[in-house]
Design a protein around this ligand. Structure first.
Ligand code: SF4
Length: 706
């Protein structure tokens, strides 16, 4: 679309899973500016601070990777090389390692910021042609517990709700999430809805009093790790007060009798002590939920990033099921995704335990369907190594080569010391990225410069199953290439057929064809239609279909018997790292308003750095007084794995016995003072393999100069 000499394009924000629509204006000199798209159904013209500053990120090439670089031998400096030399070398090393040690000796670690087509090609390359399921993503750190919870309960990794349900609901339970800072446009929609409808009730569950609590009618400031006990106590009160939906339970669910018996074993008084909240507040929360016409639960990393993350998800999902609050307008569970395309990545099976189009990797028929579609004999049956396992494999020399795309694991993975050891020991590390700011680059044997936002086209899927088209409107700087082109060129160097696509649209349509007949069917949406519509929610099984805003309106779930499954956990006891005399405090980590992940993009925007310019630790004044710590003091935080030094912020917003560190700053940005993930442990949920970022045992003390 043209406006005089200006050009105007529609696209989608590249940060969080809200997936806001953006209009990019480019003037005659090529300078760009951004504004919210008033016609986009998600954000209706609004953008948060990160989205509003995307033009700085897109226009600043000062730190961009411009040319392939390669080390000819370990410990030698990298040198600029041509794309051919770089990819010849990558192919030679991968071939050599695979022929000597087998396909599972290599792996890919990619990102929820990759576009769906990039995910598709990487997944096809690894599983179909290299012969390994060792392809995992940083979405493992974000959403995998929710995915398992949805599958066990609803039979499918499928968010039932949509953002338009926000304005139709009259009760929200926001658990382990701070949307005011981390999903700001969702929060603004809730805020506006409550302003216009003061009777709307909002309950927040969080060990911290976050900015989201400002909107809450009730904040349940629970002890970390006690979420399941709380949800069971709420369920008990709903059952005892007959605020459940008996007809829905009888007609559309299994498992309620066992669940009922289990939750009635713990009194509200016992639960209140375990969670450190009052019985009265548990009853108020239950009453709000039970009396709601439309009840929505929203959650994020506070539930997912836990060693019992799946069980926390199941317990929360049960509240929607026992009240019949699903499959109708203004109701349902609604996980808030951290990354812009975590869902799109799962659609193409781009994780170590997944298969394309939500097929089951354990099912030989499903594997053969995919293999036949790709024209290969088979897809490996054995699940690949998940994020933490992949790096443990590198450390233990079981995995020899790793290809890292669009993510900075040296800062973002738990137990950063172990990740550093793994990258040092790896025989061959490829880093494909846009930014020279990534700490992980220092261990790269091969650096491949990628195109960034506005420089490549493709699709992403946001938290409400909304597929959006992203336009390529700027040329990549230097010799940077779109990620999908890099992967296809590598596949061709490996002499693999099926990677000679003429356009991104061909890749999208190949993926869409593979979804035909599945629950996430988008075979009715061709690429040209998607470009015209810009955005639509899956499934779209038939051409001309308007998409599917809301699932399960017919109350037929995706389980084999079409009934939702109410699961009763074997135990509600937290399995996190135990606190000890040496490490008596719980460390929980999280995000701040204006930074994104490891700050490789937001960290270069002055406006965003002004909000909170340095890393810090939140500590309760009682815990601080016990250690002689004053506000602003430099504090040393120790765990069994490492150390971090930051300034203290004394606040009653955090409970006694708990401290909070933001996760964004790495070793480079925080200089000698270390990264937050020096401290975290690599325990994972046994079902989802999602790490326990929200609970590590630490001690804090005033920093003494050596
Ligand atoms: Fe971007 Fe998320 Fe902000 Fe929307 S809420 S502008 S998607 S960062």
């Amino acid at each position: 679309m043209k406006k005089g000499k200006e050009k105007s394009f529609k696209t989608t924000c590249s940060y969080c899973g809200v997936g806001c629509g953006i209009i990019v204006q480019q003037d005659a000199k090529g300078k760009i500016r951004v504004e919210g798209d008033p016609e986009h159904p998600t954000n209706k013209g609004m953008l948060c601070s990160k989205g509003l500053n995307l033009h700085y990120v897109a226009s600043d090439y000062s730190d961009r990777l411009l040319y392939p670089e390669m080390r000819w031998a370990k410990n030698q400096p990298r040198q600029r090389v041509s794309w051919d030399t770089a990819l010849d070398r990558a192919a030679a090393v991968f071939k050599s390692i695979i022929s000597k040690y087998g396909p599972d000796s290599v792996g890919f670690y990619i990102s929820g910021q990759c576009l769906t087509e990039e995910y598709y090609v990487a997944n096809k390359l690894a599983k179909g042609f290299l012969g390994t399921n060792n392809i995992d993503t940083n979405s493992r750190l974000c959403m995998s517990s929710a995915v398992v919870g949805y599958k066990m309960t609803l039979g499918e990794d499928a968010v039932p709700t949509c953002y338009d349900d926000i304005e139709l609901a009259d009760c929200f339970l926001i658990a382990g999430a701070n949307p005011a800072w981390c999903h700001p446009i969702v929060f603004r929609r809730i805020e506006k809805h409550k302003e216009e409808n003061p009777d709307v009730k909002i309950v927040v569950v969080d060990p911290r009093r976050t900015q989201t609590c400002a909107l809450a009618d009730l904040h349940l400031q629970i002890n970390p790790g006690t979420d399941i006990v709380l949800y069971h106590a709420i369920a008990r009160h709903l059952i005892e007060e007959n605020l459940i939906d008996d007809a829905f339970l009888a007609q559309h669910t299994d498992g309620f009798a066992t669940f009922r018996e289990f939750v009635l074993q713990t009194s509200l008084e016992e639960a209140a002590v375990i969670c450190d909240v009052s019985v009265a507040d548990i009853k108020i929360a239950a009453t709000y939920i039970g009396q709601a016409k439309g009840f929505i639960s929203m959650w994020a990393m506070g539930l997912n990033q836990s060693v019992i993350g799946v069980d926390k998800n199941l317990a929360l999902l049960n509240l929607s099921l026992i009240t019949g609050q699903i499959g109708k307008p203004g109701a349902g569970p609604f996980s808030l995704t951290g990354q812009p395309n975590a869902m799109g990545g799962r659609e193409v099976g781009g994780m170590a335990n997944l298969l394309s189009a939500h097929r089951d990797l354990a099912n030989p028929v499903h594997r053969q369907e995919v293999a036949d579609y790709w024209g290969v004999p088979s897809v490996p049956a054995q699940p690949g190594l998940t994020a933490t396992q992949l790096f443990e494999g590198l450390r233990d020399d079981k995995v020899k080569a790793v290809w890292i795309i669009c993510t900075n694991p040296l800062v973002s993975m738990p137990d950063a010391g172990m990740i550093e050891e793994a990258l040092k020991k790896a025989r061959f590390v490829v880093v494909q990225d846009i930014s020279g700011r990534s700490d992980t680059l220092q261990y790269a044997d091969l650096v491949l410069p990628a195109a960034g936002w506005l420089e490549k086209e493709g699709t992403m899927t946001n938290s409400e199953r909304r597929i959006s088209y992203l336009n390529a409107v700027l040329p990549p700087p230097g010799e940077a290439l779109p990620d999908v082109e890099i992967l296809c060129r590598f596949a061709q160097k490996m002499q693999f057929p099926g990677f000679d696509y003429n356009s991104v649209g061909e890749i999208y349509e190949e993926h869409a064809g593979l979804t035909k007949g599945t629950n996430i069917d988008v075979s009715g949406l061709n690429y040209a239609d998607l470009i015209e519509k810009q955005t639509i929610q899956w499934p779209v099984p038939v051409s001309g279909n308007a998409g599917t805003p809301r699932l399960f309106q017919d109350k037929k779930f995706y389980t084999p018997n079409q009934r939702a499954q109410i699961h009763t956990p074997a135990s509600v006891v937290n399995q996190s790292e135990p606190l000890t005399g040496e490490f008596p405090l719980v460390l929980t980590t999280g995000r701040i308003r204006d930074q994104w992940h490891t700050m490789t993009k937001t960290g270069k925007v002055n406006k965003l750095n002004q909000h909170l310019s340095k890393p810090f630790i939140e500590i309760n004044p009682i815990d601080a007084a016990l250690r002689g710590i004053n506000d602003g003091d430099t504090i040393e935080i120790n765990s069994a794995r490492g150390k971090v030094c930051v300034n203290a912020v004394l606040t009653t917003d955090i409970k006694t016995g708990v401290v909070f560190l933001p996760m964004h700053w790495g070793k480079i940005l925080n200089r000698d003072f270390g990264r937050t993930n020096n401290l975290t442990n690599n325990l994972v949920d046994p079902k989802s393999k999602e790490p326990d970022f929200k609970y590590s045992a630490v001690q804090v003390q005033k920093y003494e100069k050596p």
